[in-house]
Design a protein around this ligand. Structure first.
Ligand SMILES: NC(=O)c1ccc[n+]([C@@H]2O[C@H](COP(=O)([O-])OP(=O)(O)OC[C@H]3O[C@@H](n4cnc5c(N)ncnc54)[C@H](OP(=O)(O)O)[C@@H]3O)[C@@H](O)[C@H]2O)c1
Length: 315
């Protein structure tokens, strides 16, 4: 009934922390796995493809992150329960990132910083908060928390999901038929979708061209994109083109098709892009290790697991 830590730059920390939490139990750190048949539970982040299939008695995989695309890219992923990480600390950090970036662009901060560098004192008109419509693609655990915070700042909020939703003071859209009307009434697009076969490259030139431009009438220079979901959701050349031709005013990108973002990527240089290194919402080692142990305790006590992933939809 051994525990395994596999993948992640922080694997050593998870290993030490987990051992401290369950001193009586056998915890192993990949690739030093010993007898593979002992392994029952794995805490995983980007495990090398094919590795998890080597444990014949594996019963549970806990993902270090909220997203599980790093598991589903493995064609040999074993058919066992998968739990993704959901945690108030992570959620709060994501809310802070989304609020920070929304305010940053709506308050035209890239322009103010440029002016400051040039010692230029120039007035820039800004919209009233109630005029700005923030559209959240993916109104799940993180999207809903962001919606609450953005409403509190006075913005109009709308959300898009796979299944229909109802939230007070949030205009909800769902499915393929809801995407058009959702996008057409969005000034600031916040992307918090999981990366699945259905969502890959969903943020492309066609979608960006359908964002609302009516914000310009109330002093928002143009639509804004904020992607903190996954890099595979976006087409990066289309984002650059959209910024160049004015389809987009500005963007904040935390995630990229290739991470780390290669030094030669033109995204680095664009004056209207804010780049962060996939740290919109980090999670503390201790919380993740405790969460891992809690899921094992629940499984062994015959209680339901938390935040179980549905492999048929990929999140
Ligand atoms: N950058 C970072 O640091 C960071 C940190 C944490 C998480 N993330 C990313 O954030 C993502 C969201 O996390 P979460 O905890 O909020 O996930 P979640 O609770 O599973 O929510 C996902 C949302 O996306 C919607 N969705 C999924 N597929 C869709 C589709 N094909 N069409 C329309 N809507 C679709 C879901 O619709 P339903 O409500 O109908 O299911 C749900 O509303 C994660 O998957 C991860 O990739 C990034």
């Amino acid at each position: 009934m051994s525990l395994l830590i596999i993948g992640s730059e922080r694997a050593d920390d998870f290993y030490k922390m987990t051992r401290g939490l369950v001193p009586g139990r056998d915890v192993r750190l990949w690739p030093d796995v010993g007898d593979a048949s002992d392994i029952r539970y794995a805490l995983a982040w980007h495990p090398p493809a094919g590795e998890l299939a080597k444990f014949p008695n594996l019963r549970l995989i806990v993902s270090v992150g909220a997203g599980v695309d790093h598991l589903f890219r493995d064609p040999d992923l074993p058919d066992v329960a998968i739990v993704r990480y959901v945690d108030p600390d992570l959620t709060t950090r994501m809310v802070q990132y989304v609020v920070l970036m929304t305010l940053f662009h709506v308050r035209r901060m890239t322009e103010h910083l440029e002016q400051q560098r040039d010692r230029r004192w120039e007035y820039r008109p800004e919209p009233m908060p109630g005029e700005v419509r923030v559209g959240i693609m993916g109104i799940g655990v993180l999207g809903q928390a962001c919606a609450q915070a953005l409403k509190g700042l006075g913005y109009q909020v709308r959300g898009w999901s796979r299944s229909p939703k109802s939230m007070p003071d949030v205009t909800c859209f769902a499915g393929d038929e809801g995407l058009g009307p959702f996008i057409a009434g969005t000034d600031v697009l916040v992307v918090l979708l999981p990366l699945t076969p259905d969502t890959r490259h969903i943020v492309d030139g066609d979608l960006l061209a359908k964002l609302s431009t009516s914000g310009r009438h109330h002093r928002l220079p143009g639509p804004v994109l904020i992607n903190a979901g996954r890099g595979g959701l976006q087409v990066e050349t289309d984002i650059l083109d959209a910024l160049e031709d004015g389809t987009l005013y500005a963007a904040s990108l935390d995630v990229f098709e290739t991470e780390p973002l290669p030094a030669e990527s033109p995204l680095w240089q664009h004056p209207r892009i804010v780049i962060t290194p996939h740290n919109a919402a980090e999670s503390a080692t201790e919380s993740i290790s405790k969460y891992f142990v809690r899921q094992i305790d629940r499984l062994e006590a015959g209680q339901p697991l938390e935040n179980v992933v549905d492999p048929s939809v990929g999140y």
